[in-house]
Design a protein around this ligand. Sequence first.
Ligand SMILES: Cc1ncc(C[n+]2csc(CCOP(=O)(O)OP(=O)(O)O)c2C)c(N)n1
Ligand SMILES: [Mg+2]
Length: 578
Amino acid sequence: MAKVADQLVDLLVRAGVRRLYGVVGDALNPVTDAVRRNSAIDWVQVRHEETGAFAAGAEAQLSGHLAACAGSSGPGHVHLINGLYDAHRSMAPVLAIAAHIPSAEIGTAYFQETHPDRLFAECSHYSELISTPEQTPRVVTTAVQHAVGRSGVSVVSVAGDIAGQDAPSRDADVAVVTERPAVRPGDTEIAELARLVDEAEAVTLFCGRGTAGAHDEVMEFAARVKAPVGHALRGKDWIQYDNPFDVGMSGLLGYGAAYEAMHEADLLILLGTDFPYTAFLPEDVRTAQVDILAEHLGRRSRLDVAVWGDVRETLCALIPQVREKTDRRFLDRMLKKHADALEGVVTAYTRDVEHHRPIHPEYVAAILDEEAADDAVFTVDTGMCNVWAARYLSPNGRRRMIGSFTHGSMANAMPQAIGAQLLDPGRQVVSMSGDGGFSMLMGDLLTLVEYELPVTIVLFDNSSLGMVDLEMMVGGFPPYGTTYPHTDYAAIARAAGAHAVRVEDPRDVRDALRDGLAHRGPSLVDVVTDPNALSIPPRITGRQLAGFATTTSKLVLSGGVGRMVQLARSNLRNIPRP
Ligand SMILES: Cc1ncc(C[n+]2csc(CCOP(=O)(O)OP(=O)(O)O)c2C)c(N)n1
Ligand SMILES: [Mg+2]
C-alpha cells in the first residue's frame, strides 16, 4: 500500500521534479525511502541543506520548471532557509519538504521542535502542515500551483509518522500547472502608453529580467521609436547582446550611459524591472512601467502609466500603435556618450596587467569571458564577483548568468553550479566564487566530487571580504574584520579529490582556466587576486555611499568593462552619416 510519502513524491514527479536535494534525517526517512523506490526521481545528498535549496533554485531559474529540496525536522529544515529566501526572491519555483517532529509532540517544546509552517511564511507563497493523510493530495497540489503559478517557494511540512501512514484512497491524479500564461494588458493601458510614446521626443527603455524571451520585440520597438536601451543586472542576459541601442547598465555596478539616457529622456519606459535603487531613477521624467506583477508597478519611482502584463505581449500590442520616429538625434547622442564613457575606463585593467601581482581580478574575468563556452552557465557569488560578471561576461542569448541578485546572499555560486550541472550534465558550468563565499559552504565541494560534476570553480582569492572592505572604506570606517589568512584552497580541493591549481603568476591564468574548463570532473582554479582592485572615484565621500544594498549614491564604482568597448564602438558605426 502506498504511503503518504509515496503520494507526495509521486505528485512532485508529475509536476516535473527530477531531483530532491537534501540531507537525510529520521522524520524525513519515509520521504527519502519513497524517493529510493521511485525511479523517476533521484536523491541528491548535499553536505548542507542551504546548498540544496540554492541548487534547486538554480535548476528552477534555468529551466523555468519546478525543483525541490528537503530538510529533516528542526535544524535540518532551518538550514534550508537562506537558499529558500533566495529562490523565492528570484521568483524560482521551488517546493521544499520540511520534515516535522512526531505529530503527537507538536506544541510541547519537544526535541528539535520548530514550527516550519510559520518559519517559512516569509520566504514562500504557501507554507502548510499536513496533519492527516487525507490532506496530502490537495495540499501538495496547492503547493505546486503556488510555486509554479506565482513563481516562488512553497513549503510542505509533514511529520515522519504522518508521512509513513497509508496514503488516502483518493488518488493523486490531479493535473498541475507547468507553464506561465502570456498576459496581455488591457486596451486602455496600451492606448495610453502609445499616446505617451507618440508625444515624446526622446524615449529611453530600461530593461530587467521581465524582458526574458522578448529580445526581438524590445529591439523592434527601440528601432521604431529610436530609443536607447539600458538594463539592470538581471536584464543583462536578455538585452545586452545584439543590441545596436545599448547604453549599458545602471546601478552601483553600472557602466556607460544608461543613467544619462534615463535622466535626459522625456519618456522613460521601465520594462520588466523591479530595479531597487531609486537614487538611480529620475524624479522628473515622465515614466511608464510594464510588469507582469502588478505590485511592482510604481513602488520605486513616479509613474504616469502602469501597464500590467508581460513585456513581450505588451510590445507586440504596442508596436503597431505607435508612430515611427525619424529623429534619432537623442539616440545617437546617447550612443556616443556611452562609447565615450567606456573609453574612459578601459585602461583600468589593461595597463601592464600581464605583470601585475597579485593578479588583477578584472584580468581573470576578461580571460574567462574569452575562454568560456558560448552556451556556458555562470553562477556568480555576491561580492566583487558581481562586478566582474556584470562588466566582463559577454552574453549572447545562449549563455546564462545567475546569482543572488535580489536576496544578495554570499555563498550562492558553487551551490547554484551544482543544480545547473545536474540539470544539464553536458553544459559547461562555471562558478565565479569569492574566497569568503566559497569557504562559507565549502563542504559541498565534496558534493561536486561525489557526483563527479564537471563544474569549474574560478576562485577570486583575495584573502578578503573585498566588497565589504570597499564599503567600509567609502563609508569612512577603518577596514575591520575583512581580511582572512592566506589559504591554499587548491590544496584543499586536491585533497578532496578535485582537479585544482593555484595561480599566482598572471601569465598562467589563461592555461589554468583552459585546463579547468576542459577537465571532465570538478575543478578549482584558485587565482590569488589583488584585494585592492577597484579604485573609488576620488569624489566619493563617506556620506555618499551608505552600503552596497542601501546606497543612496548615484556614483558607480570605477573599473574596466572588457569587450563592451568594442560593442559600443561598433554601435557608433551604425549611426548614419549626414
Ligand atoms: C550570508 C551573507 N553574509 C554576509 C554578507 C555581507 N557581504 C556581502 S559581500 C561580502 C564579502 C564577500 O567576500 P568574498 O566572497 O571573498 O568576495 P569578494 O568581495 O572578496 O570578491 C559580505 C561579507 C552577505 N551578503 N551574505
Ligand atoms: Mg574575497
